[in-house]
Design a protein around this ligand. Sequence first.
Ligand code: BTN
Length: 257
Amino acid sequence: MRLNLRAIEEHLETEFVGRRIVYLTSTGSTQDVARVEAEAGAPAGTTVVAEEQTAGRGRFGRSWVSPAGKNLYLTLLMRPPLERLRSLSIVAPLAVALAVEEMTGLRPQLKWPNDVLINERKLSGILVESELSGRSVNYALVGIGVNVNFDIEEAPEIAGIATSLKRELGRETARERLLATLLNRFEALYEDAAQDRNVVQQWRSRLGMLGRHVKVTFRDQVEEGLAEDVDSDGNLILVQADSRRILIEGGEVTLRE
Ligand code: BTN
């Protein structure tokens, strides 16, 4: 089934996010299409949506399983000032979690920094790529993949660690309403984050691993310690065995206990 663009528009309550949608039945990666759009001067809020990606990508050079007609694959083109760039990585997963909760009643958790989980399995992943010149942001590409109506068993390589709304609910979810709700939430949270209104707190309250012993892999480094807290920029505060505290900007967390 193809997305009904009119149904998306009907549910949209935003000023600018999703007001211009570039819709593709199939593409390599929506990130690449959005980059071309950005370079050509497309306005902030432009949203590239594809039914299928043939080269969908995740963080750390991984691929993102992107079968046709089942899930959501989108990239939001944003043009934030530098001081708001970090907020995108907080706003995006929170927007997904709130939209899923609003539409299904499920209560997704977040895995630092920006995976969305249900019952410890990954429902959605976020990839933020940005292009800077000096201290100004030319554009940021917020890539969001959500497993919606996918029968996860069809992808044995992720079946053990991923989930979909269909798997959790035992029924299908209207992708149009979910997408519109996600865009609505995203814009509202993005604006709230600029006023410092509680957005980091909402994000923090869903992080399942705070207070747990974790291993964090970032760049070429691996650190272990207690995931004590996050700061207002979204950095992880890790307390090491010798009681030293370090701040980690991004990376991948695995539980040690
Ligand atoms: C991750 O968890 O590693 C991030 C996954 C991001 C996937 C989305 S799907 C839409 C956009 N296009 C891509 O190629 N990747 C992102």
